[in-house]
Design a protein around this ligand. Sequence first.
Ligand code: ATP
Ligand code: MG
Length: 351
Amino acid sequence: RKVIFSGIQPTGVPHLGNYLGALRQWVKLQDEAAPDTTLLYSIVDLHAITVKQDAKQLAQWRKEMLASLQAVGLRSDRSILFYQSSVPQHAELMWILSCNASMGYLGRMTQWKSKLALPDSASPLDSSPSNKSALKLGLFSYPVLQAADILLYNTTHVPVGEDQAQHLEFARELAISFNHTHAPQAEAPLLVPPTTILSPAKRVMSLSNPAKKMSKSDADVKSRILISDSKEEIRRKLRSALTDSIEGITYDRENRPGVSNLVNLIYYMDESVGASPEMLAQDMQGLSMKALKEKAVETVEDRIRDVRERYEYYMRLPPSELGELAEGGGQRAQDIAKGTMKRVRTAMGMA
Ligand code: ATP
Ligand code: MG
């Protein structure tokens, strides 16, 4: 039986990278799932606090994310939608896994480095004292919490964007080594090593710096298009997107990252436009940069309009109605989590 789990941080309204790299895939998996497949989609607020958050802002972002998940088409009668912090077993399993996780392996994860703007080659063990105190334990051990999120539900498949592939590999290896240590003879694995599902649009790049991925937490709001953006906002952001002054449109991610990102965006928002981003670029080769951007505006608007309208609808609901939905999800998630914790505790001599 399949169990699908994924999470998104309440760090702002989702952007097109989240939508194409994750959320749209989540909905597709939901709509195509066999009746006995379990789907869990979590708003991972415990991950959001690995960087400093303002309490009021976080409360608002949690609500916006719950509205967003429903706006893109996730249904609480089919998928378990819940706040991570409402299920205490995430933190509990994380502690137990922490006692099995290697510092050296965690040190090689690139995400905490990018959040601190350190080079990928940096190591926490040889960084300068100021770097060490800036690096919070939670940000460093974030992948262990992520592993706990996944392993708690006996997850078989995790749909994520490419930036998470390294963490998923970490979770897999942690499950395998945990099983080896605590249940070497067991017939069924104590913790299920998960498989990663990468969406075809693995990595949408920032509009203002196409060398970086589009992110909710990027300081530059023009670097991303939100699922709640009006057509005018979409146009304003796309017009200011960084491209180049080479004539004509070609698809060349290395030498023309900005242009290629726009071609990708058009292609993945509406795959009926061509057979591949390369073919689409060929069809559009005679367009000016201005015309390419306008085409992107029209395509994005066409595909995001319904999502935006549903988002506005859910944001207008009384807070209690939205809240109830997440509470129900939290209960259902806990029921599964308790079963896993019972097995883990028994295997470790803590039952
Ligand atoms: P933050 O900047 O706060 O980390 P984020 O935009 O990276 O926010 P997350 O909540 O960390 O979003 O990730 C949610 C999901 O979206 C993950 O599956 C991640 O792989 C995917 N994702 C994030 N950014 C992109 C992107 N630019 N392209 C494709 N997928 C993405
Ligand atoms: Mg992220």
